[in-house]
Write a protein that binds this ligand. Sequence first.
Ligand SMILES: [Zn+2]
Length: 84
Amino acid sequence: MEIGDMILETFAAMSDEEKERCIHCGTEWYKIHHRDGVCHRCQQESKPGRKQLAARATAKRRLMIGLLAVAALLILYCCLTRQS
Ligand SMILES: [Zn+2]
């Protein structure tokens, strides 16, 4: 293998390792341009990062559980008042 090829291959391996795919637009960017899985361009459009999305999902799940609890209580209340 020629030295030029070796250098090119090394650079390719390095860039492969340092590139990350944006969770919004799917474009591969170097990690320097990434923050929380979001590329620089999407950050400027103030799109949420991975952690923010996870936090939102957790908040949504908690809200759903809360709503289900309220619904269950309402059903229970209706059943109890109908019987008496
Ligand atoms: Zn992006």
